[in-house]
Design a protein around this ligand. Structure first.
Ligand code: ATP
Ligand code: MG
Length: 435
């Protein structure tokens, strides 16, 4: 007897989405696409692997991602490649490469897996899915308001609006930030005894990120730290104020968070996060901001950009707490067929029904089995009806139709009558997608 091989398991922090979970993903993706379409955004599909240099140059050498989270490897040519840790860099790279930013504006979205070598825990994975939006060519603040409104609308559609809060800040211009940086470093140096190891390291490399620290023993000191908003110039302040007025006018409430700095180097002016307190430490479901400067950094002409990315697993975790999320059953009709004649008739009928009723979800029993075992499978499929064919029915050109979900007498029908009945039923089928 062959020795049984040890089974291979998935990589830590990388998860399968099993069939019973995928309706939730589809439900989320469906609503997301609908909202993006309502604002006229176009999809862009990008490679999962890019040159390592792209991420180093865009995200910044001294960020968490580039310092310790990237999946970087040499390919067979000896080129250094990286599994994308986020989508902004690749999207901008593609748009520059194909000349999409020349005297044009764009509203784009992408969707797919991202890879970061982080410590896996609830809401933090090594492969995770992001839906991202990037807009180019618009200086704002009107487009800043639009991308925020779009997300606000999506949360409403998903039924999670009351679980999330919008946090808003402005990071000003590069010059304003660098002046502030000096003031901030000065302040931290006066409180050097309170800084933890991470923060001491960041003091040299990326001091703004210290503001983001969750370390309880640093909170008092951070609360007193100088505030970036107070170091902004006229233009940045006006941009930020106009944005706030637009949000006020549309009734989108927000919390000013003067310590919101975002993890990546490329942000300036508007930054925002949607946060929840229902997911423990991993509470940010969507984060974004303006990154005009990145375009030149990647070799483009001066231009404007704002975008965001949302973590699909975290949104799903919020959605799964809602009991009233209804997902469509996978199957409408299950065809039970017992006997050689019946098998033939069932196969033919299944294709005829698919021809005649677009969108009908029909599953044909395969692999034989008794009426009883096939009924079990029919029930488990979630189908509303079973079509039952034995050799008798097959010979008479009939089927029996049985409702699997509601009390209703089983009826024998000719094929034409069955078709009429199912057409009618399918046209009036209640749409279960919650809106
Ligand atoms: P965090 O502070 O949670 O590490 P981040 O600032 O690194 O987040 P971004 O790069 O802004 O995250 O990514 C946007 C969104 O993608 C996050 O708000 C989050 O919802 C999701 N996300 C980021 N990293 C992960 C991860 N490792 N696993 C699951 N979702 C993630
Ligand atoms: Mg992170």
């Amino acid at each position: 007897m062959a020795k049984q091989q040890q089974a291979i398991q998935a990589i830590r922090g990388m998860h399968d989405v099993l069939p019973e979970q995928s309706p939730y993903w589809q439900w989320l993706e469906h609503h997301t696409r609908q909202v993006l379409a309502a604002y006229g955004y176009q999809e862009i599909r990008l490679p999962i692997v890019e040159k390592t240099e792209l991420f180093k140059r865009s995200i910044g050498e001294v960020t968490d991602i580039v310092e310790k989270e990237m999946y970087t490897f040499e390919d067979r040519n000896g080129d250094s490649l990286t599994l994308r840790p986020e989508g902004t860099a690749g999207c901008l790279r593609a748009c520059l490469e194909h000349g999409l930013l020349h005297n044009q504006s764009h509203r784009l979205w992408y969707y797919g897996p991202m890879f970061r070598h982080e410590r896996p825990q609830k809401g933090r994975y090594r492969q995770f899915y992001q839906l991202g939006v990037e807009t180019y060519g618009m200086p704002g603040p009107d487009i800043d308001a639009e991308v925020i409104l779009l997300t606000d609308r999506l949360w409403k559609q998903l039924g999670i609006r009351d679980k999330v809060e919008l946090q808003l800040n402005s990071l000003g211009t590069t010059d304003e930030r660098s002046a502030y940086r000096d003031t901030l470093v000065e302040y931290f140096k006066h409180h050097i005894d309170v800084l933890d190891e991470d923060s001491l390291r960041r003091l040299e490399t990326n001091p703004l990120r210290i503001l983001d620290s969750k370390n309880p023993s640093m909170q008092l000191m951070l609360r007193e730290a100088p505030v970036l908003l107070e170091h902004l110039g006229e233009d940045s302040l006006q941009h930020f104020n106009s944005l706030k007025i637009m949000l006020d006018d549309l009734g989108v409430s927000y919390q000013l968070n003067t310590r919101l700095v975002r993890g990546l180097d490329y942000y300036g002016k508007t930054v925002f996060e949607w946060v929840t307190d229902e997911l423990g430490a991993q509470g940010t479901i969507c984060a974004g901001g303006r990154y005009d400067g990145l375009i030149e950094q990647l070799g483009g002409k001066p231009n404007h950009a704002i975008g965001f990315a949302m973590g699909m697993e975290r949104i799903l975790a919020l959605v799964e707490q809602l009991e009233n999320v209804v997902v469509e059953p996978n199957v409408d009709i299950y065809i039970i067929r017992v006997g050689a004649e019946a098998e033939k008739a069932g196969l033919l009928l299944s294709e005829q029904l698919r021809d005649a009723i677009a969108g009908l979800k029909l599953q044909l029993n395969c692999g034989g089995g008794s009426f009883k075992s096939q009924f079990k499978k029919a029930d488990k499929s979630g189908a509303a009806f079973a079509i039952i064919i034995g050799d008798d029915e097959a010979q008479r050109g009939e089927v029996a139709l049985k409702s699997l979900r509601i009390e209703q007498e089983q009826t024998n029908l000719k094929h034409s009558a069955l078709l009429d009945y199912l057409k009618q039923w399918h046209a009036n089928k209640p749409l279960l997608h919650k809106n």
